[in-house]
Design a protein around this ligand. Structure first.
Ligand code: PGA
Length: 253
């Protein structure tokens, strides 16, 4: 399958931002923007924080915008104070779950095994995992980028997944205004696609969307999206501004 035939996927990671009223308004502006011409072929998903999910799911119920959880517990239920299960996310209207975001790896010491267990839990509860991978600045400078990506990807895929996406997010580019160049991003995405081919077979690998994340904006997105193995964006800061988020969606096709 060529890159042209992979439908773009644009995700907004709202992180720990917004209150109910702002979130509902953001959804309404987004829906209006997506309904206005020119039509986009991109799939869109937003990841609000847990308390916002019911409001967002209600606002987006008659739209094509999907909703996802920013995290989930690897278990199905039980004594895990402060955690949220995959079935609770599905029940609240989610169809996606972020797994292994670098801020969770950093703030909550999530290691590769836990990320793998979360990916498996997402799949059990009919959520498509969006698996986040990426090297730190030190790892890049030490020439370890591909070794890190390989370790993170191999360890994350322990069960059969019907639908999932990867998000290549160089840690040094997240929230910093430093974006990977299109060449750097393509090199990492092509590496991930080759490795997916080895792990899942060529046919399956060509269908997996690989998103770029890390200070994506409407200004840098056009240069990135034309890269053959780059299928969309996981957008943090710019997804909180509907005009910027719509700008990224529109330039993606
Ligand atoms: P950013 O965040 O776009 O603000 O850099 C991306 C992410 O963390 O998913």
């Amino acid at each position: 399958m060529s890159a042209e035939r992979r439908r773009p996927l644009i995700a907004g990671n709202w992180k720990m931002n917004l209150l109910k009223g702002d979130a509902a308004e953001l959804c309404r502006v987004l829906k209006r923007g997506l309904a206005a011409p020119p039509a986009t072929s991109a799939r869109v998903v937003v990841f609000p924080s847990f308390p916002l999910i019911p409001v967002v799911a209600r606002e987006l119920v008659d739209s094509d915008v999907a909703v996802g959880g920013q995290d989930l517990h690897p278990g199905d239920k039980g004594a895990h104070t402060g955690d949220v299960s995959g079935s609770q996310l599905t029940d609240a209207g989610c169809t996606w779950a972020l797994c292994g975001h670098s801020e969770r790896r950093r703030d909550h010491h999530e290691g590769d095994d836990l990320v793998a267990a979360k990916v498996a839990a997402a799949a059990r509860h009919h959520l498509s995992p969006m698996i986040c991978l990426g090297e730190t600045r030190d790892e890049r400078q030490a020439g370890q980028t591909f070794a890190v990506l390989e370790r993170q990807l191999r360890s994350a895929l322990t069960v059969r997944l019907d639908a999932f996406a990867l998000a290549y997010e160089p840690v040094w580019a997240i929230g910093t205004g430093d974006t990977a160049t299109p060449e750097m991003a393509q090199e990492a995405h092509a590496f991930l696609r080759r490795l997916l081919g080895e792990l899942l077979g060529e046919g399956a690998a060509t269908g997996v969307p690989i998103l770029y994340g890390g200070s994506a904006t409407p200004d840098n997105a056009p240069g990135l999206i034309v890269q053959p193995d780059l299928d969309g964006f996981l957008v943090g800061g710019a997804s909180l501004d509907p005009q910027k988020f719509l700008g990224i969606i529109r330039c993606s096709g």
